[in-house]
Write a protein of this length. Sequence first.
Length: 381
Amino acid sequence: MKDKIQEKFQTLFGEGGEVFASAGRINLIGEHTDYNGGYVFPGAIDKGIMAKIKLNGEKKVRAFSLDYDEYCEFGLNEEDKPEQAWARYIFGVCRETIKRGGKVEGFDTVFAGDVPLGAGLSSSAALESTFAYALNSLFNNNIDKFELARIGQSTEHNYCGVMCGIMDQFASIFGKAGSLIRLNCKTMEYKYFPFDPKGYKLVLIDSCVKHELASSAYNKRRASCENAAAAIRKNHPDVEFLSDAKRLWLEEVRDEIPEEDFLRAEYVIGEVQRVLDVCDALERGDYETVGEMMYQTHFGMSRLYEVSCEELDFLNKLARRCDVTGSRVMGGGFGGCTINLVKEELYDAFIKTAVEEFTAKFGHAPKVYDVVISDGARKVE
Ligand code: ADP
Ligand code: MG
């Protein structure tokens, strides 16, 4: 990837320039916890975006996307928003940096990536983080890392029409090889935990389906959580978010809320605890417990929160049968990937079985992505 970028850059823009990169992300555990003020537990992966960048002394950006084989030129004012979707991510990062008082002037860039698009690995956050980090460095803006993540998030909100949370950009900016990061979505406090599963592989199996229910179901889940939290708050006024509640406090209001809301809340409260349990297990290097928690999350997402689907339940069951250590749906649900922690010696058999049986049942092959927890945003050279 780097050689291709260097070569194209040389052809289009000549000598000089600096190389920056950032990464896509996984979330090991902690799903549907963000809007409940709970924990998420992401890490950056060995798939990302790389960009070579050189200041051009003008008031415009000249960008070439190797993967789209497309060139785009745009100014730095609000009205200069480019046509191409990929260029809007770069433009948005420039604008959001400027809005925060940062300096941004014209630059030339060639970039490429290897995060599969739309697979739940956040290629868009990798793209934003690469440029947010790079511009901060090139123009000595001294914007702190949290704000760099927010620049990416605001880019999605204001220039790409995606109302995302902060997790993806946070992971992409803060990610470190051999570490996952537990982020408290209420206080924004974070802590690194060791993740170096020797003898295991982390692999995603992409069902390549996206069921349409996702957005209306998401709103309904949020409403259920808020309803349960409100009922608990009557007894325990300090409960701001559902994640603040103890399991027992939910039990106290069982008869006051619809059963559906109870089940949703049961999942969320359990999930917040599972993140903490996984962190404890990682400090002991106990990957078997980590795996068991992943299965419990899948069960909760499938039976209590009801955001799984036939394809994902199939992959989860199959993982159990192949003695995979941990497996669960990753992301919001209704399609996308499962994330699997599997012993190296079982890996080949698992992948073979998953691909064969999934294809036979659903008529299309799943995609398989190995991931290694790696560094996030950084200067390469
Ligand atoms: P994801 O879940 O992978 O973040 P999104 O739809 O949010 O999916 O973002 C994908 C978009 O990000 C692409 O349509 C493209 O505009 C941009 N993008 C991601 N990776 C690249 C890349 N390697 N080159 C150019 N644009 C990219
Ligand atoms: Mg995205």
